[in-house]
Design a protein around this ligand. Structure first.
Ligand code: ATP
Ligand code: MG
Length: 213
């Protein structure tokens, strides 16, 4: 059976945290590839802050260009044309039609696992894939605590939905797109927090320099 990783996100912008959990997932679960899906209309975010999906796809493409088993999918990106919200359960349905035999692994960070039951049709999401969850914590906060919260949430979702959830062996990387956008706006360096090609693209096109507030 083909084992395929799904890495969904806004990728506004993509950063080393995304790449790190995708890579851990691939190694640990022997995935043949990981598909990166920039979401067309990430309706749970402040849409004013989100750059056009074509730009987020371009940055994602640059970030994974040198990695043969990472692949960009514009499947969710097309929602932007019709302004239709992007829903993970629909993405999984489409993927299932494309490859009925594949085992899909949906890769996410602990913060997403905290909100996933409020996404549309969570039962369908849990039915259709194995969830791979990575711990997420910020410098200065307790790593132990973050791990405990993640364990508790996994038990809760297993009991309530019969979800299949595995933990990624991942130390945690303190990077978020929000912090990167703030840094860029303040003129601070984002070197080593994202692939150089993405950094150069952002600098060249003067992305994220203006506040949207
Ligand atoms: P934002 O700050 O704008 O929300 P983000 O850094 O959380 O951006 P998203 O595009 O929202 O990035 O995240 C896509 C997925 O990657 C989510 O499941 C999120 O939990 C996960 N993720 C992002 N950064 C990390 C990280 N540093 N460690 C673990 N998981 C992460
Ligand atoms: Mg996020």
């Amino acid at each position: 059976m083909r084992r395929i990783g799904i890495m969904g996100g806004t990728f506004n912008p993509i950063h080393n945290g995304h790449l790190a959990i995708a890579e851990r997932a691939r190694e640990q679960f022997l995935l043949e590839k990981v598909m990166f899906l920039p979401s067309g209309v990430p309706y749970m975010k402040n849409l004013r802050e989100v750059l056009p999906v074509s730009v987020r796809c371009e940055m994602t493409s640059l970030a994974i260009a040198d990695i043969p088993y990472f692949e960009l999918s514009e499947m969710e990106a097309s929602d932007a044309e019709t302004r239709k919200n992007t829903y993970t359960f629909e993405t999984l349905e489409k993927l299932r039609q494309l490859d009925p035999e594949a085992q899909y692994y949906f890769i996410l960070g602990a913060d997403s696992l905290q909100t996933i039951e409020h996404w549309k049709n969570p039962r369908l999401i849990f039915q259709d894939c194995i969830i791979l969850a990575a711990v997420r914590w910020e410098k200065g906060s307790s790593e132990e605590n973050a791990k405990k919260l993640l364990d508790r949430q996994i038990l809760y979702l297993q009991e309530k939905f019969g979800a299949v959830i595995e933990i990624l062996k991942f130390q945690g990387i303190d990077i978020s797109s929000t912090k990167l956008r703030e840094k860029i706006q303040m003129g601070e360096s984002v070197h080593n927090l994202m692939p150089e090609a993405v950094e150069n693209y952002i600098l060249t096109h003067h992305l994220y320099e203006k506040s949207t507030d």
